[in-house]
Design a protein around this ligand. Sequence first.
Ligand code: ASP
Length: 439
Amino acid sequence: MKKVVKFGGSSLASARQFKKVGDIIRGDKARRYVVPSAPGKRNDKDEKVTDMLYQCYDAASEGRSYKKILEKIRSRYEEIIEGLDINLSLEHEFANIEENFVNKAGRDYAASRGEYLNGMIMAAYLGYEFIDAAQVIFFDGEGNFEPDTTNQELKERLEHVERAVIPGFYGSKHDGTIKTFSRGGSDVTGSIVAKAIHADMYENWTDVSGFLVADPRVIKNPEVIETITYKELRELAYMGASVLHEDAIFPVRREGIPINIRNTNRPDDKGTLIVESTVRKPRYTITGIAGKKGFCSINIEKAMMNAEVGFGRKVLEVFEHFGISFEHMPSGIDTMTVLVHQSEFEEYEQSVIAGIHRAVEPDFLEMESDLALVAVVGRGMKASRGTAGRIFSALAHARINVKMIDQGSSELNIIIGVKNSDFEASIKAIYDIFVSAEM
Ligand code: ASP
């Protein structure tokens, strides 16, 4: 058995957290390859080391004073080293970093030092080999990740290494400059390593006990999703549910390597298992609910629209022309509605309307703002009758006016449009009818 274990920033924010991580790793011999993030927040008021590194670099490279913040960063690491009682000096590393900051080595270089230094500490603490991610994870000249060269190099490098720490979040271009993934990218590194070594499992340790059925800011103590498929995850993540970096799915997905989201602070919780497909039935009819506010709809009416070939294309071309992507497009015989992000649309509103008038000469055009979309997602919906009925009767009972309905052809999701002001109440109503009632 081989497992890759990635630990997020809050799991490594202090020596106390590091010790929990040490216990977790030592608790299972299969946990051979460790991918750490940079130290995160120790409490709500604290700062992430990555954010401090960006600030410090900006100051140093613009000739402003940076020493104070560099000291703050250094003390975060010193505190961890002291608390773990390990014999490691970062004196030389910090001298190097300071010099490179002043010489403008780049913001990516700066940010990557958070993971780099944490990786060194982790390797010393565990007695694992340290492998600098710059030597095994590659980007091309434009900064795009290179999956093939990376996979090859990582595979060869790790073949003969029994246990190693590989810092998350960054790699290098062929000229040696450091490049990072987007924020939260240590998740991606973990996934890439898991693929390269053909891991049996990719454990992603964070500060929640898995993916939740609904947003805890809307539902108090929501249930944890036990098993979720990649497709379901993608639907929920797109609608704003985030635990894992979006790009972390792709390397492991085709390899059949499951991702297990786990909680460093509650290591006995099973967390959420993310898999390609499963015969396991979801605990409730639905897997999860997520949603977003801030949409608007453009409703177009024209007599005999149904007979006019190319009508939809002409309308969508207007949106395309202004670089506005559409989210949904429900239609009737002589009506069609285009749902877009309000923030993307507002700037071009009048031009888009003029464009539609010119393109298709509608009889009537109306807009509605402040809409929210709620996605009810679940592989279980396909096999069970009456799911839509239950959703809409729950919404009716909660006196919520449904503005739009869209069911994906995969029968994996039902999307409902409501007023922004009904957003929270809609999620509560749906949660209650499926989760609270089925418990
Ligand atoms: N430390 C980086 C960030 O804060 C990457 C990560 O934590 O995954 O975004």
